[in-house]
Ligand binder design. Structure first.
Ligand code: KIV
Ligand code: NA
Length: 278
């Protein structure tokens, strides 16, 4: 059967069929999200924040993404797996960028890569697509530039910034990108971009008019209760509390002698026991 084709997504857009993307970073979570029916999984560099304990995506390395992408690919057979290109894996040198993108497909097993940025990366996107590497774009609040933005602020609010974002989205489509993530921009701007592109827009904090949505798995599942609440993140479960409760119950039962019982133990036959007793 094989994995979903990236070209299906454009067909879905043309049919007005909305879809969901979600991040996953390891074997168990990738399995679960595919079993739930997710057509497209992002091995995001949000890995740095939600799995590796950094305070931004900036420290994430190529090796980190390759390692986690391999686990996600092993866990899935139908979903498109998109791997994020981490900070400074594509900004310094186009040849290095090509080799790094290639690693995500060759070593990681990803179907496609995602890069942050607009017009300045368009030549690189074109080169990747021509080399056979499908590319997803990412515009708006691009977290790798958090130090340049000076925080997590809504992007594209002025007429000039909005016009630049629309032009960047068009340029990415022209360069051959198969989809573009729009992060933390006003909903009306995301709607305009969505209407003007033939490739799908995938929103996060970009309102309801995008063709698709993406969420960070750990935010959606409520793994953390102390992570800065993001306006665009919706909690569909409170697994952090559920995990803590389960581990507490286990600790209590071990300390109190309620676990394990005979049910969780192995017996020995009487004859062996008798022989040992002599
Ligand atoms: O790294 C990530 O999770 C992302 C999404 C938020 C789009 O880039
Ligand atoms: Na990312």
């Amino acid at each position: 059967m094989g994995r979903l084709s990236i070209h299906k997504l454009k067909e879905w857009k043309a049919q007005g069929r909305r879809f969901a993307m979600i991040t996953a970073y390891d074997y168990p979570t990738a399995r679960l999200v595919e079993q739930a029916g997710i057509p497209i999984i992002l091995v995001g560099d949000s890995l740095g924040s939600v799995v590796l304990g950094y305070d931004s995506t900036v420290p994430v390395t190529m090796d980190d993404i390759v390692y986690h992408t391999r686990a996600v690919v092993r866990a899935t057979e139908k979903a498109i797996v998109v791997a994020d290109m981490p900070f400074m894996s594509y900004q310094a040198d186009p040849n290095e960028a090509m080799r790094n993108a290639g690693r995500l497909l060759k070593e990681g097993g990803a179907t496609a890569v995602k890069l942050e940025g607009g017009s300045h990366i368009v030549p690189l996107v074109r080169r990747m697509v021509e080399a056979g590497i499908p590319v997803m774009g990412h515009l708006g609040l691009t977290p790798q530039s958090v130090n340049q933005f000076g925080g997590h602020k809504v992007q594209g609010k002025t007429p000039a910034a909005a016009a630049k974002l629309i032009a960047d989205a068009r340029a990415l489509e022209d360069a051959g990108a198969f989809a573009v993530v729009l992060e933390t921009i006003p909903a009306p701007l995301a709607r305009m971009v969505t209407e003007r592109l033939s490739i799908p827009t995938i929103g996060i904090g970009a309102g309801p008019h995008c063709d698709a949505q993406v969420q960070v798995l750990h935010d959606m599942l409520g793994i953390y209760d102390d992570r800065r609440p993001l306006k665009h993140a919706k909690r569909y479960a409170v697994l952090g509390a559920a995990i803590r409760e389960a581990v507490r119950a286990y600790i209590d039962e071990v300390e109190g002698g309620a676990f394990p019982t005979a049910e969780h133990s192995f017996e020995m036959d009487e004859a062996t026991l008798a022989e040992l007793a002599q």
